[in-house]
Design a protein around this ligand. Structure first.
Ligand code: HAM
Length: 417
C-alpha cells in the first residue's frame, strides 16, 4: 500500500488530543459567550445544492469559480460541500415562518475550499460563526462586531486589529462599479491577469486582489464612500458612533470589500500579528439574499478556528520564550572587563536574576548579537574606560536608550547588592 494511503488528503488534518483540548476550550468559551448575547445553535447540513452557494456568494467570486468541492449526487443534482456557513443558515431562515425573522444563530463546524494548500490555508477548515437575521440597523452591526471582539478577547486574543468599511446599498454598488470601470479601465494593461478578467466579470474583486501592482493602483482610488448615497453613509457613521460609544473606535479601511457578493453596508475583517501572510482571523458583514419571494437580511461573521489556535500557540510560545529570556546580559571589552563581569554575573544570579554572558573572547558585535538573540531586556557594557572608573553602561534593549551608572546606582537599579 502506498505510504500516503495513511495520510489524509492534502490540506486536511486528523485532529487529536492534546491539541483537541485547545479546540474544546475555544468552542466551550464560544458557546458561553454566544449564550450571553442571545444566540442559539444551528447544525445545518455540510452538503447543500451547488446553486445555493453559486447564487448566494456570487457566480464570479473566487470561492465559486475555483474553490468549491462540487459533484453530481446520484441523479443529476449538483451538490457542494459547504465552503462557508452563511448561505445554509439563510436558506434555513427563508424556509421558516415569521418566527425566524429575527433568528440569532451560531454554528461551529467544518467548511471546505479547494484552495492551494499553504500555511494557514486548509482545504477542510473550521469556522465558528454567527448570523443575526433582521433589517439593517447600525446597532445590530455594532453588536456583531462587539460580540466578535469580546469572544476573541476571552480566548486571549485582545491584541487583534479590526478593519471596517462599508459597501453601501446595492444601488451604491452599481455607482461604485461605474466609477471603478472609469478609473481602472484605462489601466487594464497594468493589472494582473486575474484582474483584467475581473474588470468585466466583477470589478469589485479587483479591490481584493493581493498582487502588489494591483494594490498600488487600488490605493490611488478615492474612498468608495465618496460615491455612495447619504443613507448609506449615515448607516456607516452610526455603526462607527455605536462602536465608539462602547470603547471600540475603528480605523476605516476604505478599500475593504470582502470576497462575497451578498454583502451590503458594513463589512469587516480582523487580523492578528501572530499569523503570517494568512493573517485574517475572521471576517464578517451585513448581507441581503433573495430566496424566492423572500428577501433575507442579516449580519454575521465567521472566525477560522485553525487560525485562532495558531495565534494562541504563537502567543504562548512567545510568552514562554519571554519568561525564559535573561533579564540582563553582560558585554565585556578586554580581559579585565571579562574578569570583573564574570564576578558580576555570579553576583546577579545569586540575587535571583536571569543573567547571561558570551564566553570565548568574542568581539563587541558578536556579544551584542548574542544579547539580542537571548531576548535580554537590558545589557551592561564595560570596556577599559568603565573598568578604570568603576562605571557601568546600562543599555535598554527595548527603548534603545543607555545610561552610565556607578556601581551603587547599578545595584539599586537591579535591586542586587
Ligand atoms: P471568510 O472571510 O471567507 O468569511 O472566512 C472567515 C474566516 O474563515 C477567515 O477569516 C479565516 O479565518 C477562515 N478561513 C477561510 N478560508 C480558510 C482556509 N482555506 N483555511 C483556514 N481558514 C480559513 C465567510 O466565510 C463568511 N461566511 C463570514 C460571514 C458570516 N459573513 C457574514 N456572516
Amino acid at each position: 500500500m502506498a505510504q500516503n494511503a495513511f495520510q489524509p488528503l492534502q490540506g486536511m488534518s486528523d485532529l487529536t488530543d492534546p491539541e483537541l483540548g485547545v479546540w474544546r476550550r475555544i468552542e466551550g468559551k464560544a458557546r458561553e459567550v454566544f449564550a450571553r448575547y442571545g444566540f442559539d445553535e444551528i447544525r445545518a447540513p455540510i452538503l447543500e445544492r451547488a446553486d445555493l452557494f453559486e447564487r448566494s456568494l456570487g457566480e464570479t467570486t473566487d470561492v465559486v469559480t475555483k474553490e468549491m468541492y462540487s459533484f453530481t449526487d446520484r441523479g443529476d443534482r449538483r451538490v457542494t460541500l459547504r465552503p462557508e456557513g452563511t448561505a445554509g443558515v439563510v436558506r434555513y431562515v427563508a424556509g421558516r415562518g415569521p418566527e425566524a425573522q429575527d433568528a440569532r444563530l451560531y454554528y461551529i463546524g467544518p467548511m471546505f475550499r479547494a484552495e492551494k494548500p499553504q500555511a494557514g490555508r486548509k482545504r477542510q477548515f473550521h469556522q465558528i460563526g454567527v448570523e443575526a437575521i433582521g433589517p439593517p440597523d447600525p446597532y445590530a452591526d455594532a453588536e456583531c462586531i462587539a460580540l466578535q471582539m469580546r469572544l476573541l478577547a476571552e480566548w486571549g486574543l485582545s491584541d487583534c486589529a479590526l478593519q471596517v468599511n462599508t459597501r453601501g446599498l446595492p444601488e451604491d454598488q452599481r455607482a461604485v462599479s461605474q466609477v471603478l470601470r472609469e478609473r481602472l479601465g484605462p489601466r487594464q494593461a497594468q493589472l494582473c491577469e486575474d484582474c483584467t478578467r475581473r474588470l468585466d466579470m466583477n470589478i469589485y474583486r479587483v479591490l481584493d486582489c493581493k498582487q502588489e501592482r494591483c494594490r498600488e493602483i487600488v490605493a490611488e482610488l478615492p474612498p468608495l464612500t465618496e460615491f455612495m448615497c447619504e443613507p448609506s453613509r449615515a448607516h456607516f457613521a452610526q455603526v462607527r458612533a455605536a462602536l465608539e460609544q462602547i470603547g471600540l473606535p475603528v480605523n476605516v479601511t476604505p478599500k475593504l470589500v470582502r470576497g462575497f457578493d451578498y454583502y451590503v453596508h458594513t463589512v469587516w475583517e480582523i487580523t492578528h500579528g501572530a499569523l503570517g501572510a494568512q493573517d485574517a482571523l475572521s471576517g464578517g458583514g451585513r448581507y441581503t439574499l433573495r430566496f424566492g419571494q423572500k428577501q433575507i437580511e442579516g449580519v454575521g461573521f465567521a472566525i477560522g478556528v485553525e487560525r485562532v489556535v495558531a495565534a494562541l500557540q504563537t502567543k504562548a510560545a512567545q510568552a514562554e520564550s519571554c519568561a525564559q529570556a535573561p533579564e540582563l546580559w553582560l558585554v565585556s571589552l578586554g580581559k579585565e572587563a571579562i574578569r570583573q563581569n564574570f564576578a558580576l554575573l555570579e553576583q546577579v544570579r545569586a540575587n535571583g536574576l536571569r543573567c547571561g554572558m558570551l564566553f570565548g573572547g568574542r568581539g563587541m558585535k558578536a556579544q551584542m548579537r548574542a544579547a539580542n538573540k537571548s531576548g535580554a531586556t537590558r545589557v551592561v557594557i564595560r570596556g577599559p574606560d568603565e573598568i578604570e572608573k568603576d562605571l557601568f553602561i546600562l543599555k535598554d534593549m527595548q527603548g534603545g536608550g543607555q545610561r552610565t551608572l556607578s556601581r551603587q546606582q547599578l545595584e539599586n537599579e537591579l535591586d542586587v547588592n
